[in-house]
Design a binder for this molecule. Structure first.
Ligand code: TYD
Length: 232
């Protein structure tokens, strides 16, 4: 398999003037993030993408946030017992959980040349904790101090009614992270992120159609990095 060696110093300046770490600074892997509201199909689509990449001989690592650190455990407890902490404390827990994930999993995998696929990443903090009143750009800044910016972020977009209907179909009642009025705000914030490397994908269609569009977008990215996602 042909693998391109990225240029050593391809730093991009963030809009706020700080230096952002991109995957090209530090390693030869590729970082792809799936984002979107609950019930948008992220986990299924991320799994299917990883299988497709593996079938084509690429080494992949799929990671889900919140992760399995002590902070991730605390977050899961919060889901179960109601969100009885401040938005700042929620943000802190997600940030610390991510810091460990970046150090222990994301950076080593990128350094070894893998395609790392995130099922949620720091854009979720910007949107979910942003919808609780925190400044999304401040959340971005805190994260980009240590978390590499993805080469491609896919925002799987559905309206909250669709997301909540899907959640009800696989479980009983949505939790406090999944209320329609809250998700309306979360979705609105997610959509403000769209840019060259943050792409909205209409996720209201069937799984195969959405996966096709995802593979097309990822294929374009990989070919620019010398990693072709064509037929074997
Ligand atoms: P997730 O595990 O994706 O939920 P599920 O497996 O049920 O689809 O995420 C749990 C919740 O955590 C989700 O509602 C979004 C929220 N969240 C934040 O509020 N901030 C964050 O930074 C992240 C990563 C998730």
């Amino acid at each position: 398999m042909e693998r391109s060696v990225p240029s050593a110093h391809d730093r991009t300046a963030a809009s706020h003037g700080a230096t952002v770490v991109t995957t090209r600074d530090i390693q030869s892997g590729v970082l792809i993030a799936f984002e979107g509201i609950d019930g948008s199909g992220k986990s299924t689509q991320a799994r299917r993408l990883c299988s497709a990449l593996q079938e084509r001989g690429l080494s992949t690592l799929l990671l889900h946030e919140p992760g399995d650190s002590e902070y991730g455990d605390r977050i899961r407890q919060l889901f179960e017992h109601g969100r009885n902490v401040s938005p700042e404390e929620e943000m802190r827990l997600f940030l610390e959980d991510r810091r460990i994930d970046v150090r222990d999993n994301i950076l080593p995998a990128l350094e070894s040349g893998s395609v790392v696929v995130m099922d949620r990443y720091y854009f979720s903090s910007m949107a979910y904790q942003g919808a609780l009143g925190l400044d999304p750009e401040l959340i971005r800044e805190k994260n980009e101090e240590f978390a590499p910016r993805p080469d491609l972020t896919l925002i799987l977009d559905v309206i909250p009614d669709t997301g909540v209907t899907r959640i009800r179909a696989r479980r009983d009642v949505p939790d406090s992270f999944e209320r329609v009025d809250y998700l309306l705000q979360v979705r609105e914030i997610f959509l403000t992120f769209c840019s060259d490397d943050v792409v909205r994908v209409d996720a209201s269609g069937d799984l195969d159609t959405v996966q096709e569009e995802i593979q097309e977008l990822v294929g374009k990215l990989l070919s620019t990095r010398g990693l072709l996602l064509g037929a074997r």
